[in-house]
Structures are given as structure tokens and as C-alpha cells.
Design a protein around this ligand. Structure first.
Ligand SMILES: *Cc1c(COP(=O)(O)O)cnc(C)c1O
Length: 419
């Protein structure tokens, strides 16, 4: 009797239609633990056992679902993958009007997820079309790791759709259009829907790094993307406690076969502990992003009128060149911004050194406000002319606006900006 009720409850769980994003973020992907633990315990086990040799055969052949070896997956990884897939497709339908299904693979880092994406979709002779403002690691991947393998990139300003189309015509060997929006550190945004349409017209794959936005603010699959990438290290985890990444794809057969194969062979797997932290972090994504975005708007408005600041790059300000694209494709403009100090390098260093509450560090997406001065930190060893080409000027400070009470963030900035 008890067993029957439990089965009914489990069935009801599976079919319960979540009307809101947070309900899905909290419950999506969770399965009742066989030992009745409330949360999925951390599975710290490298391998999984078979009742008999025949079961091993069935699991290896895929005839019977079940875990085999933790590089290939474990229950913590599955829960995180399913939760992210559910969030990225929340309210999104496929071409038949049915709820869109996608498959995600959790990785050890955002870069591992990007490696699986490139190495599973590209072959020698293929090119990637992308925008010039990209995460540094992705840029190095395109510039240094892929070319010796025979995969080159074409980098243009993808905010100009004519230029994008020209490149597609000029380089028929472009296989993928790789987008990152909003992008680092200028917070430039590209139009996912228009570029997806264009890409489809020319038969290209569209991939989008959705790290800065998160699925709460922007859903690239809704706008036509074939693949979505995240560094789960950032807002998805939200607390700065792990390094992780995910690669999600619309073509489930491809994800389950070739992409899974490449992922397993490259060995960039996540682990039970990180996946556990990620699952718990993601439950509060909606409420965190609401606060992050509200604070970011206040900070941007404050900085815009400050006499020591030459320019504020925040895609939520009407003065930002990509304001309209932002408003079209994002729920709110996000929590990342950058600003340029009038006093250049010394002013940038001075602001960093005077911070009392906000944190001096790289990375982004944590509860606390993080500031980084690329010219003296991440890009210190990059020749000045090169970094300025990428918009990394001497007095540029990048900020990941946190969830502290806004008045404290403003007070800290206000005292640090006295120069
Ligand atoms: C951090 C980041 C990455 C790389 O992720 P890791 O988890 O550090 O490997 C990729 N893309 C963007 C936009 C990022 O911010």
C-alpha cells in the first residue's frame, strides 16, 4: 500500500506543470533518493556495480539505464544537467508546438564544455564565425588551440548583420556561428534571433554562451540557437564555490551519441561534490538575479553621473549601443557592467585599493560585489595596443554587481572613487 502511494506521488511529481521559473529551478531534475534523503546525497563513488555480468552487458549496450563509471555520469550530475535543461527550455516550444526538449552534459569547467562543443561539431577545414568581444579563454581557444587542428575563425562585428552575411558568403567553410551575449568586458550584445535566422538560411550551427545572462534572463534556444554553453562557475552556482560548465544541445540524438563520446574521451567531467553545490545554488537563481539586476541598474545610474567616471558600459542604460537588442532578448539587462575612470591607469588602481566592502577579484556572478581592473590584473601581461583594441583601456574597471544592500554598494563606490 505504502509503495503504491509513493509511486503515485512520484508520477504526480513528474507531470506537475510548473507555472513559475523558481518552482522549476527548485524542483526540476530532482528524483526521490532511494534512502529517502531530502536532498540527493553526494555520490562519492568512481564506479557502479552490476548484479550480474548480464546486467553489465545491458548497461554498456544502453539497453538498461544505469550508471557505470563516474567519468560518464552520476546521480548528482544528472540532477544538475536536467535542472539546467529545464530552465533553458522553460516555456519554450519546438516547431510542432510541443515543449522543447534539450540534453545537457555537465563538465568540469566552462572551458571543458566549450572544448566538447568545438571538438564534437567541427572537423578539419571548418571555420567558426564569431564576434571580437569574447571571454579570454574562448578567444585563446579560437586563436591558438583550434588553428593547428585545421579549424580557423572569422572574427567580425556581429552587431552588424550585413557584415555577418558578407562573411558567410565569403567563407562557405564556416560551420558554426559562436555567440556570447552579453560579452566581456564591454557588455556588448548581439542579436541571437536575427543571427540564428541568418545562420539557418546558410545551413550553419548556432551556439551561444549564455553565462552572463543565465536562463532566467535570456533563453537562446527560444531565439533559435542549436547549442547553449554556460560557465556554471558564475551566476548559476552564484556563490563562488565551484568551477563547472555545461554544454546543452537541441539535437538529443547527437548529444547522446557523438557529443557524449567526445566528452567522455576528453575527460572534462564534473564530480558529485561540485554538482551538489551547483544544484543547491541554482534553486535561488530567480530571486538572486532579480536582486543582482536591480542593484546593477542603481550602480550604473550612480556611476553615470559621477564626475570621476568618463563612461559606463551597461546594456541597461539607453546610452549603451546595444540597449535595444538587450531589451528585445533579455528580461533584464543583467548584473555585469564596466566603467572607465577619467584618471586612467592610476585612477583604476586607486579605486581598487580603496574598496572596503566590495571584493577585488576576477570572476563574476557571486552574492558579493566583485571588481576587477583588467589593465593591472587579467590583462597586465597583454601588450597595451592589443588590449586597447579589445576595448580594455587603462582606466576600465569591470564590476559584477552583487546582492548586498544597494546603499552599502553605493557608499563603498562613492568613497573609493574620491581621487
Ligand atoms: C568564466 C567564463 C567562461 C569559462 O568558464 P570556466 O568555468 O572558467 O572554465 C566562459 N565564458 C564566459 C562568458 C565566462 O564568463
Amino acid at each position: 500500500m505504502h509503495k503504491k502511494i509513493n509511486q503515485l506521488l512520484k508520477m504526480a511529481d513528474k507531470n506537475f506543470p510548473f507555472s513559475g521559473f523558481s518552482s522549476l529551478a527548485i524542483h526540476g531534475g530532482h528524483e526521490q533518493d532511494p534512502k529517502y534523503a531530502h536532498l540527493t546525497p553526494i555520490y562519492a563513488s568512481s564506479t557502479y556495480v552490476f548484479d550480474e555480468a548480464e546486467q553489465g552487458m545491458r548497461r554498456f549496450s544502453g539497453e538498461e539505464p544505469g550508471y557505470i563509471y563516474a567519468r560518464w555520469g552520476n546521480p548528482n550530475l544528472t540532477e544538475a544537467e536536467e535542472k539546467i535543461a529545464a530552465m533553458e527550455t522553460f516555456g519554450v516550444t519546438d516547431e510542432f508546438g510541443q515543449p522543447l526538449q534539450v540534453k545537457g552534459i555537465l563538465h568540469a569547467s566552462g572551458m571543458a564544455a566549450i572544448s566538447t562543443l568545438f571538438l564534437s561539431t567541427l572537423k578539419k577545414g571548418d571555420k567558426v564565425l564569431s564576434h571580437f568581444s569574447l571571454y579570454g579563454g574562448t578567444q585563446e581557444m579560437l586563436n591558438k588551440i583550434l588553428p593547428p587542428l585545421g579549424m580557423d575563425s572569422v572574427i567580425v562585428d556581429l552587431r552588424d548583420l550585413n557584415k555577418a552575411e558578407e562573411s558567410l558568403k565569403q567563407h562557405p567553410d564556416i560551420r558554426m556561428i559562436y555567440l556570447e551575449t552579453p560579452a566581456n568586458p564591454t557588455i556588448q550584445c548581439v542579436d541571437i534571433e536575427e543571427l540564428s535566422k541568418l545562420g539557418k538560411q546558410y545551413g550553419k550551427i548556432i551556439a551561444c554562451d549564455n553565462t552572463f545572462a543565465t536562463p532566467y534572463l535570456q533563453q537562446p534556444f527560444r531565439l533559435g540557437a542549436d547549442f547553449v554553453i554556460h560557465s556554471t562557475t558564475k551566476f548559476l552556482n552564484g556563490h563562488g564555490t565551484l568551477i563547472g560548465g555545461v554544454c546543452l544541445g537541441r539535437d538529443i540524438d547527437f548529444m547522446k551519441s557523438h557529443a557524449t563520446k567526445i566528452h567522455r574521451m576528453l575527460g572534462g567531467n564534473s564530480n558529485g561534490f561540485d554538482a551538489f553545490l551547483l544544484v543547491n545554488g541554482m534553486k535561488t537563481l530567480e530571486i538572486r538575479m532579480e536582486r543582482h539586476c536591480h542593484n546593477a541598474m542603481e550602480v550604473a545610474s550612480f556611476l553615470e553621473t559621477h564626475p570621476a567616471v568618463a563612461q559606463v558600459n551597461y546594456n541597461g542604460l539607453p546610452s549603451h549601443p546595444d540597449y535595444f537588442v538587450t531589451m528585445k532578448q533579455m528580461k533584464y539587462p543583467g548584473a555585469m557592467l564596466s566603467f572607465e575612470m577619467k584618471g586612467g591607469l592610476n585612477a583604476g588602481i586607486s579605486v581598487m585599493n580603496k574598496l572596503k566592502m566590495c571584493t577585488r577579484t576576477v570572476s563574476l556572478g557571486t552574492c558579493d560585489t566583485l571588481l576587477c581592473h583588467p589593465a593591472s590584473m587579467t590583462h597586465y601581461s597583454v601588450p597595451r595596443e592589443d588590449r586597447i583594441k579589445y576595448g580594455i583601456t587603462d582606466g576600465l574597471i569591470r564590476m559584477s554587481v552583487g546582492m548586498e544592500n544597494i546603499q552599502d554598494i553605493l557608499n563603498d563606490l562613492n568613497q573609493a572613487l574620491q581621487y
